[in-house]
Design a binder for this molecule. Sequence first.
Ligand code: NAI
Length: 346
Amino acid sequence: TLRPRLPKPRAASRVIVAQAGNGSGSYKVAILGAAGGIGQPLSLLAKMSPLVSALHLYDITNVEGVTADLSHCNTPAQVAGFTGKDALAGCLLGADVVVIPAGVLRKPGMTRDDLFSVNAGIVRDLVAAVADHAPGALVHVISNPVNSTVPIAAEVLKQKGAYDPRRLFGVTTLDVVRANAFVAARKGLPVADVDVPVVGGHAAATILPLLSKARPKAAAAAFTDEEVEELAARIRDAGTEVVEAKAGAGSATLSMAYAAARFLEASLRGLDGHDDVYECAYVQSQVVPELPFFACRVKLGRGGVEEVLASELRGLTDYEARELEDLKPRLKASIDKGIAYVQQNQ
Ligand code: NAI
C-alpha cells in the first residue's frame, strides 16, 4: 500500500505529533466535480488517505473512466462513480465530508469574480443536494469565487434548515501552501519548518498573508518592509502566475489538489478526535464584525470548526492593519453578492 506523504497540519505554536484519534478512523468522502483538473489529482490523493474508507466521485462527465482508473490503486478506500443529477443522492448518502471543486475555471485575463455567473448556480444546486442527502457532512467549497460561493452555500443550507456554520468551509489552503513555499525559498529555510497564516478572503487583494506571524519567528522578524510587500504581492497573484503560464490550458490544479488534500486530511483527523488540528479556512465568524465570512486559522474537531483563532489578528504590523482595512469593503461586496444571488434566484 502506498503511504500518503501529505504534511501533517501544524498547530499555531507547535508541530503536531501523531496521536491516536478516538474516532473510527474510517470516513466516506464525496468529491463533486471529480473528473476535472482539480478533481482528478484530488481524488487520487484522497484514495491514498488511510482515513478514507469510501470515495464517491461525482461529475457530469467522464467520471466512469476516473473511477475505473483509481479503483486499480491497491489502497483501502472503495471508489464508486456517479454521474448525472439522479445519481447525486446516492453519491452523497452517508458522506462525512463533501468536497466541491465543480465549476468553470479562469482563463488568462479573467478574475475569479468573472466565474461568478456560472459557478454560483452550480454551487447552489450541489449544496442544495448536500442539504437533502448529507445534512451532517462537512462541506469544503473550492469552486471560485470562494468569497461569494461560500455565502451562497450558507444561504442555501439556511433555507433548507441544514446550516451549521461549523461545518461549512471555503478552502483557502492553497494560499497558505504558496505562502509557505515562497517564504521558505526566499529565506532558504526547510519548507517543513515554515508556517504562514493567511487571512481575509481568497481573491487578489482580499488575500492577506500575515508574515509578521510566520514561523519560524526569527524569519518573521527578519523580513524587510520591501520583502513583506513583494512576498504578499506574489502570494496574492500566484493563481494568475499559473493561469498565465498554462496559457489557456487551465488554472492551478496540482497545487490546488495538494492543498485540498491537506485540508481534507486535517478535517478527517479533526473528525477522528485528534485534538490538535489547525488550518486556515474561510468560515463564518465574528472575528471582523463587519465581515460575516473571513479566512482565519481555525481549530478543527469532531463537529468541524471548534474554535476560530481571533487572537491571530491582534498585534498586526501597520502594513497588515492597513491591508486589512483595505480588504474589508472588497470582501464585504463579494459576500453580499453571494447572499443576494440566492435571494434573487430562489
Ligand atoms: P475544470 O473545468 O478542469 O473541472 C471542473 C469540473 O467540474 C469538470 O470536470 C466539470 O465537468 C465539473 N462540473 C461542472 N459542472 C458540474 C456540476 N453541475 N456538477 C458536477 N460537476 C460539474 O476546473 P478545475 O481546474 O478543476 O477548477 C474547478 C474550480 O476550482 C474552478 O471554479 C476554479 O476557479 C476553482 N479553483 C479554486 C481554487 C481555490 O484555491 N479555492 C484554486 C484553483 C481553482
